[in-house]
Design a binder for this molecule. Structure first.
Ligand SMILES: [Zn+2]
Length: 729
């Protein structure tokens, strides 16, 4: 949760946007893709119609109540290639996404509690319903529960006891609020913050702090401090001055005011407080790196002594802070972005103690709101889900509680989940596919003509060092020291958070644990981490329709094979290529090879920059370049692996599609989605992935195999000659 690995380097690169939109600000730990321990949040704003670009859900604005759901005993089966999800009236050479996903989009409107709806999101929702059943069972206080069942069951029971939580109101925060109130000077903030950060998820309160692998020596884990301190999803929200941004800021101030009122302040006082909070956050936003800058690992690496940092921040006592964190003996750290801390110091020097108390109170209330009584939960939802992302109603209590268990005790929940849904056969099959895809990458590296032998040797060494983690970790995390009570929900959240914070800090100076996982087993996602040089495939992403063991190989290799290839290619995208086989930030490219790589990558970013996300907002292709490169390289590798797997076989057409066409439709069907315009606006600023439509159409224009499979002709939208195609890997 507080590993700064990604916070700092933007390192871990996941396959898709998190199925549930994260709430505010940089979510905790292994990057944006890890769901924050908060429900999604958003709002239908000015009633403007989005311009065509991506398929935007234009259905009824009034909230239609969500259909009541029940726990699942088994996953509903959806085939890995579903003819009913297609729109065969569309021409695949004009719009493959519509051809493969038109039926899906029509038949799968966005549920009222979701910011977007996708094949991934739907599977994640099925997963949650399945885990709901598991947790309901575990929550029954019977004598024969295992320790793991008791842990996750009691946590779930406390979360579900809304009546008890409502009765308490803001009381669970009272002692923390009193502590803020009794601060006697700005100098005392550091010591208080060090302690408070242990129970804090994410980097919203002033800055982020934790441990990470040293960028230049991946074997070494060091302390790290990262920019943060904001409550809106990105620095740009504070700094852009178009009408929509100004309107959102006004609504944000109104929200902060409301929350301060709920915490007991008079309306006028609350309004003045909200103004001061916006001022501090705006100053911090100005001094923050952009998301594109955060993709450059060199811009995020400044290792120094705490005494050196202290010279930049004389108004922040690092000794007190480290004592609060319980790691007073640490001498060095990585400071992600020094100017940010200089500005933080400036704010500490110039703002009144009262303004700082207001800021700290707000961040405390904001961070813990999802775990408080319904009035806090509802107001938090109203701004972060409804206004910001267009979500019509909050997810039912059970669903939020399942997410919190997964976020706080994910490997305990995952242990129970994997035992039920993940077979050794599935693990073996996935490993086989992975091996074939690695072989394809080896062939590719050996045969490309634009790279020198010296760079090829380094690339091959890196390829051969990648560790594949499939299904679940070899060693489960031991949560036995976390005290979970059947009442005291917020206390459980805090204790689980402190456990995780200490676990992260405890890694400093210790030998690296290469077995660690950055996603929980039920997660419907996958990632590559350049510092660990590993690929992780949780069991959650290996279920139908994403991986369907009952169907022919073509769609399976297109879909799961494409995802494996995607993660592998991340090791060699514009960010991943800067790390070597050991996970160290080191330039192993000759100058000419590096230049040629950049030229090839630019072809992709120029292409994606022409696509519209929503309104007149184009894809920020400097932000999505790594993902777009991984999509293209990944599917090319999956194709080669599929051909190797089926060599000599007489493959049959099915559902009116040739095997080659089934490969591409199978690939495309992972990406089917419907999205709200509001959510697309947030994604355009924050999501390093392109919208699903372009992850399909933008990719296949660069594959001659696609042109052949569908016999595309000059003049058709997705037709390109070989000479015009982009290719990196
Ligand atoms: Zn990715």
């Amino acid at each position: 949760m507080r590993s700064l690995l990604v916070l700092l380097l933007g390192a871990t690169t996941a396959f898709t946007q998190t199925a549930q939109a994260p709430a505010a600000q940089t979510p905790p730990g292994p990057k944006q893709e890890k769901p924050a321990a908060k429900p999604p949040t958003a709002k239908p704003s000015t009633g403007e119609q989005p311009k065509p670009g991506v398929t935007v859900n234009k259905q009824a604005q009034p909230a239609t109540p969500a259909k009541p759901q029940t726990p699942l005993k088994e996953f509903p089966y959806t085939p890995g290639l579903d003819p009913a999800a297609m729109d065969k009236t569309a021409d695949p050479c004009v719009d493959l996404y519509q051809y493969a996903c038109g039926g899906w989009m029509k038949n799968n409107p966005i549920p009222p509690d979701q910011a977007r709806w996708s094949v991934y999101g739907k599977l994640a929702n099925d997963n949650q319903r399945y885990l709901w059943g598991v947790l309901e069972e575990a929550a029954k206080p019977t004598a024969n529960r295992t320790a793991t069942q008791k842990l996750i069951g009691d946590y779930f029971a406390a979360c579900m006891d809304e009546a008890a939580i409502d009765k308490l109101g803001i009381k669970p925060l009272q002692s923390d609020l009193d502590a803020i109130n009794s601060l006697k000077s700005v100098d005392e903030i550091a010591g208080w913050l060090g302690k408070q950060h242990l129970a804090f998820q994410g980097s919203g309160m002033m800055f982020g702090f934790g441990s990470e692998q040293d960028a230049k020596n991946a074997q070494e884990t060091i302390a790290a401090a990262a920019q943060g301190g904001l409550s809106l999803p990105d620095r740009d929200y504070y700094l852009t001055d178009d009408a929509r941004s100004k309107d959102l800021r006004e609504k944000y101030v109104a929200h902060v005011t409301k929350m301060m009122e709920l915490a007991g302040d008079a309306p006028e006082k609350a309004a003045a407080e909200a103004k001061a909070i916006l001022e501090i956050e705006t100053a911090l936003a100005k001094a923050s790196l952009t998301r594109v800058e955060r993709r450059d690992p060199y811009k995020n690496y400044h290792r120094m002594a705490f005494t050196e940092l202290a010279k930049t921040t004389p108004h922040f006592n690092w000794n007190d802070y480290l004592a609060g964190e319980g790691i007073a003996s640490e001498k060095e750290l990585n400071v992600q972005h020094v100017p940010f801390f200089a500005e933080l110091n400036n704010q500490l020097a110039t703002r009144s103690l009262d303004d700082w108390k207001t800021y700290l109170r707000w961040h405390l209330i904001h961070a813990k709101a999802p775990f408080l009584s319904q009035n806090f939960v509802a107001e938090n939802f109203n701004f972060y889900s409804k206004t910001l992302r267009g979500v019509q109603q909050n997810a039912p209590r059970w669903k939020r509680c399942v997410r919190y268990v997964d976020s706080d005790l994910g490997e305990a929940l995952g242990q129970v989940y994997d035992a039920k849904v993940f077979s050794p056969a599935l693990k073996a099959k996935t490993l086989r596919m992975t091996k074939q895809i690695e072989d394809a990458m080896q062939q590719d590296i050996q045969s490309i003509t634009w790279m020198s032998d010296a760079t090829k040797q380094e690339a091959l060494k890196k390829l051969h060092t990648i560790v594949n983690k499939i299904g679940y970790p070899d060693k489960w995390r031991d949560y036995s020291s976390v005290k979970i009570e059947r009442v005291d929900f917020l206390g459980n959240v805090d204790r689980a958070t402190i456990f995780e914070s200490k676990r992260q800090l405890n890694k400093i100076g210790k030998p690296l644990d290469r077995g660690e996982w950055g996603m929980t087993p039920p997660t419907v996602n996958a990632y590559y981490n350049p510092q660990m040089n590993d690929i992780n495939f949780p069991a959650g992403v290996l279920q139908p329709p994403l991986y369907d063991p009952k169907i022919d190989e073509a769609p399976g290799y297109g879909n799961t094979g494409g995802t494996i290839g995607h993660e592998l290619t991340h090791g060699f995208d514009d960010e991943g290529r800067k790390f070597d086989a050991e996970g160290n930030l080191r330039d192993w490219w000759t100058e000419a090879d590096g230049k040629e790589f950049e030229r090839r990558a630019k072809c992709i970013s120029d292409q994606y920059a022409t696509y519209t996300v929503v309104d007149d907002i184009k894809i920020n292709s400097a932000l999505t370049l790594g993902e777009d490169t991984a999509d293209l390289g990944g599917l090319i590798l999956a194709w080669v692996a599929w051909k190797a797997e089926t060599a000599g076989q007489n493959l049959q057409a099915k559902d009116g599609l040739t095997p080659e066409q089934r490969f591409f439709v199978g690939y495309s069907q992972w990406a089917c989605e419907n999205d709200r315009a509001e959510n697309l606006r947030v994604s355009a600023k924050t999501d390093p992935h392109s919208p699903g439509k372009y992850r399909v159409n933008g990719l296949v224009v660069n594959m001659p195999q696609f042109q052949e499979a569908f016999k595309c002709k000059p003049g058709q939208a997705l037709y390109r000659t070989k000479d015009d195609m982009c290719k990196v890997w």
